[in-house]
Design a protein around this ligand. Structure first.
Ligand SMILES: Nc1ncnc2c1ncn2[C@@H]1O[C@H](COP(=O)(O)OP(=O)(O)OP(=O)(O)O)[C@@H](O)[C@H]1O
Ligand SMILES: [Mg+2]
Length: 449
């Protein structure tokens, strides 16, 4: 799309010439023969660009400019000024004009200015739309829950999202800590800047520090080039430290210093680097116990939990379960292009009373799998819970009890092939559900989790 332009001048010949010139370039051009008319058109029309003459009888170019800025800050204005009126042109730029073109101008000059301004307008609009989409995808709206506990959580997120305060997000595995981090960032004034995530678990001290602060070439074996760390990558935005309780003790001291002094050095370097980063952290550990045991620095603990958000487990908010089931059922049906099969009343009751030790993540996987694999038109309890569960004591290679039952055709389900068992055999690496709070994102949805 080339863009929509409003040409304003009280000189008829000029309006026609500009219209001809710009139409040839592919723009959709409308015209106004006076400032008064322009003001009205701006109110009702949807233009990307206004090209107005500065001096007109009645409402002049400056007033058109001011009006346009007020009505639609994304609407760009190019001022056409008389020869020798640079001072006024500068004034117009101060008031927000995108550019000015002194008279007399040649056609190429005008074409270039219009092209450049229009490109900027369209780019800015695309950027805003993308941002809105991202905010929609990561905002509050994606955190499902109406229980009093979740409402309190939303209220707190609202209170702290637009500040730079450090937030410690706590909750059992799969309760939505990362979603809350997303919401905090995308509701903050930093939303257009990066949200950089880093998982502190299962990394050696050397690796964590190089990830966090970057490293200089030759800092350690394998450091073949200088590398920027997450702190630098997050400059102007937010750094989310996931599983912060697993950070090595020595690194904790360096992190604390980086937070307090807003300054750090790359591994193997000694030039201080300054950044402006908002910090969020998450853990499902008992940090207080870790502090008592000397595994987590007390000073860092207090520095991180300026505000603490605790996400309740599913067991503490069973009233949210039907909402979540509905949400995941519809969302998965759309994503997988399948019928949004409904749950039977029995299945829904079973969901509410089930012990979801993997919390929302486990519930989500169960609903997705049932939707994909349920043989009938509805999702019954067996589709959700009749799947082979790897028992914690099962020896490698042993068939889980529910698998044997399924093979035996018990429960009135007609095998073969039993879809659940099929799936389990096809993916031997897949861990069954119900393994407890340590259950991690399954491969099929880790990209979103
Ligand atoms: N309230 C919720 N509404 C909708 N989806 C949710 C909600 N809570 C969690 N989820 C979904 O559950 C999955 C797990 O969420 P998330 O990764 O944020 O959990 P977590 O607390 O960070 O888990 P872990 O401790 O294992 O890192 C994701 O797919 C997420 O989209
Ligand atoms: Mg997480």
């Amino acid at each position: 799309m080339q863009g929509r332009v409003l040409v304003v001048d009280d000189e008829k010949a000029m309006v026609l010439a500009l219209k001809g010139l710009l139409s040839k370039e592919g723009y959709q051009v409308e015209t106004a023969g006076s400032g008064e008319e322009a003001v009205k058109r701006i109110e009702t029309g949807s233009f990307h660009l206004v090209i107005t003459d500065l001096s007109m009888n009645g409402v002049g170019g400056m007033q058109v400019l001011e009006h346009a800025r007020r009505v639609d800050p994304e609407l760009a204005v190019i001022m056409i000024t008389a020869y020798g009126s640079e001072k006024i042109a500068v004034q117009a730029m101060k008031l927000g004009a995108a550019d000015y073109v002194p008279k007399p101008f040649d056609n190429d000059e005008l074409r270039l200015v219009v092209r450049r301004v229009m490109d900027t307008v369209l780019l800015r609009r695309d950027h805003r739309r993308l941002l809105e989409q991202v905010q929609g995808a990561f905002g509050f709206e994606q955190i499902v829950g109406q229980s009093p506990a979740m409402r309190r959580l939303f209220a707190t997120i609202d209170k702290v999202a637009d500040t730079d305060v450090t937030v410690l997000i706590r909750g059992a595995s799969g309760t939505g800590k990362e979603l809350v981090a997303n919401a905090l960032h995308y509701r903050s004034p930093r939303r257009a800047k990066p949200l950089v995530k880093m998982n502190c678990a299962a990394l050696s001290q050397e690796l964590v520090e190089s990830e966090l602060f970057g490293h200089e070439k030759g800092a350690f074996t394998g450091a073949i080039a200088r590398r920027e760390g997450k702190f630098e990558a997050a400059d102007g935005g937010t750094l989310f430290l996931d599983e912060v309780g697993d950070m090595p003790l020595e690194t904790q001291a360096k992190l604390l210093r980086a937070i307090q002094e807003k300054e750090f050095e790359r591994v193997g370097g000694n030039a201080p680097i300054r950044v402006d980063v908002r910090l969020l952290a998450a853990t499902n550990q008992d940090l207080e116990a870790a502090v008592r045991a000397g595994r987590f620095r007390e000073d860092l603990y207090y520095r991180l939990r300026v505000v603490e958000l605790v996400i309740p487990s599913l067991a503490e908010r069973p009233e949210d379960i039907p909402l979540l089931v509905e949400h995941f059922r519809k969302e998965a049906a759309q994503r997988f292009a399948r019928d949004p099969k409904a749950l039977t009343d029995e299945a829904l009751r079973a969901c509410v009373t089930h012990e979801w030790r993997g919390n929302v993540r486990e519930l989500r996987s169960a609903v997705e799998q049932a939707l994909l694999l349920a043989p009938g038109p509805e999702i019954g309890p067996a589709d959700l819970f009749g799947r082979p569960a790897v028992s914690e004591t099962a020896s490698p290679g042993a068939l889980p009890a529910s698998f044997r039952e399924a093979k035996g055709g018990g429960g009135g389900r007609h095998a073969p092939p039993e879809p659940a068992a099929e799936d389990a055999r096809a993916r031997p690496d897949r861990r069954g559900r119900g393994q407890g709070a340590g259950v991690k994102e399954s491969p099929c949805n880790s990209s979103r989790g």
